[in-house]
Design a protein around this ligand. Structure first.
Ligand code: ZN
Length: 213
């Protein structure tokens, strides 16, 4: 079944998508990848895309739709696509539904990996790196490991990270843009929200359970 995976920056969406690709033999479809692949293949559409991008222009919806159709009709990935970062708005969501209907496919699950702003902040601000062995731990989430760190906890130093503002801005932008799309999908029974604050393995197990059904 095809899946749509949503999740703000920092929720671990990329990691989970990679797990699904490997374990369940899925094709990860993001528009960025689609465009890059087409350029690499050196098709006439590819060179048109390359030109648009290098001139700083947007790639039209028509081009993206053509590439979407190519992937959806590729028998190799039939019913095995993870849509990652697409659709970005309700218009695209409706369009995706039309294309899938046309080729007799559906979205099996829409998974929203939700993580709060507060957790994202803690993940960034709590990051500590060992001066001796370079191990990275988090003062909020790895209290035990910090206490028991073999080099000695005193070597774990907080890095000055001024990235926080950028990351939070990206988070806010994502949530603002994605909320209407989430509203659109959350009305369906196959919409599932997973707590992105959980451990990576726990999240992975939950997704595996969902994909088994
Ligand atoms: Zn160490």
């Amino acid at each position: 079944m095809n899946i749509i995976l949503f999740g703000p920056p920092g929720a671990g969406k990329g990691t989970q998508a990679q797990f699904i690709v490997k374990k369940h033999n899925y094709f990860q479809l993001s528009t960025g990848n689609l465009l890059r692949n087409e350029v690499k293949l050196n098709t006439s559409l590819g060179s048109k895309i390359e030109q648009l991008i290098s001139n700083g222009n947007f790639v039209s919806d028509d081009i993206v739709n053509t590439l979407l159709k190519q992937s959806i009709t590729n028998l190799k990935f039939r019913d095995r696509i993870i849509f990652d970062g697409y659709p970005r708005n309700v218009e695209q969501a409706i369009n995706l539904e039309l294309i899938l209907n046309e080729f007799k496919q559906t979205i099996g699950h829409t998974i929203f990996l939700n993580v709060s702003r507060d957790i994202i902040e803690k993940r960034i601000m709590g990051r500590m790196t060992c001066e001796k062995c370079n191990m990275t731990l988090n003062e909020h989430f790895n209290k035990k490991q910090i206490e028991l760190h073999p080099c000695g906890a005193e070597y774990l130093k907080r890095r000055k990270d001024d990235n926080l503002k950028v990351v939070i801005a990206r988070y806010d932008t994502y949530m603002r843009a994605t909320n209407p799309v989430l509203d659109f999908y959350s009305k369906n029974s196959n919409f599932i929200e997973i707590d992105g604050a959980d451990e990576i393995d726990q999240i992975n197990n939950k997704i595996n359970d969902i994909l088994k059904v």
